[in-house]
Design a protein around this ligand. Sequence first.
Ligand code: AMP
Length: 360
Amino acid sequence: MKIGVIGGGQLGRMLALAGTPLGMNFAFLDPAPDACAAALGEHLRADYGDQDHLRQLADEVDLVTFEFESVPAETVAFLSQFVPVYPSAEALRIARDRWFEKSMFKDLGIPTPEFADIQSQADLDAAVARIGLPAVLKTRTLGYDGKGQKVLRSAADVAGTFAELGSVPCLLEGFVPFTGEVSLIAVRARDGETRFYPLVHNTHDSGILRLSVASSDHPLQALAEDYSSRVLKQLDYVGVMAFEFFEVDGGLKANEIAPRVHNSGHWTTEGAECSQFENHLRAVAGLPLGSTAKVGESAMLNFIGEVPPVDQVIAIDDCHLHHYGKAFKVGRKVGHANLRCADQATLQAQILKVQALIAE
Ligand code: AMP
């Protein structure tokens, strides 16, 4: 079976690493000459709207999937004429726009921060008067890793801020005084069967994920699964989806969804019976889902900007290096380390060792 992937970054690369043992082959569509997934399959180097190359991809592969959600809607619609596409155009339409996303949560009875659609500075001023400060202004589309957003703490932060974010449609959200951030990785098959990995605790810095720790028997697991199931059913979703939540007042508020494999699920490569990457491929290919059970105690630490010396990373016991083969650049995710340990105490000790390497 040959899988077409829109995007050829590290998520595409890790999908191919998981699918190759299943006998799958891969083709990646990505305009970047140095797309790091290209080492693992065919690279169609073209823009996402290039219909000649989209047609070529559709002719070559059995199905198409995505490694990012900001794919132009026309690209998805065009491909869907010729080849099965998972997840669906509708799932991508909702997930790529924060207004559609939060409106769907609200319609499904899933708690969210207060939010308002912002099309002008006047809208922003009115929404701040209603929601109050602090608040977070985010572009509706194309934001990631803390880009395209600004925390508003005082009236001085509000003036002129719509223009500062590019005068594009935005969402204003009430600032959530969360006690923690967790994510749930779910996988749904074509027949509707759904499985969930254990909730993951996430730590961000400057809007970028730094550390994910898989939980055991988290008291909010059932609630997170309930909220996520509502979304998956609503979208008749196929594949892996990530749900990010704020932990607040002993409950959860939904922040966002990602209709794809997710950074906070990278630990599953060594830390679960079947990884998020393999389960995504199983789901989209119509194959039986794999077990989402945890194996040992796991964490993932991102390498941002550079990967520490390889010999030093792999010298740490229980540590598995994932090097993306990308050029090092400030603020860029270039690799991660997965730790899988026998118990929590060992895991915490090994996390400190990897963090010490990152700090050097
Ligand atoms: P996002 O791009 O929406 O995932 O936001 C990136 C990070 O900014 C989140 O992981 C939070 O740490 C923080 N953040 C986003 N929205 C809010 C909010 N409404 N209240 C508090 N912190 C937020």
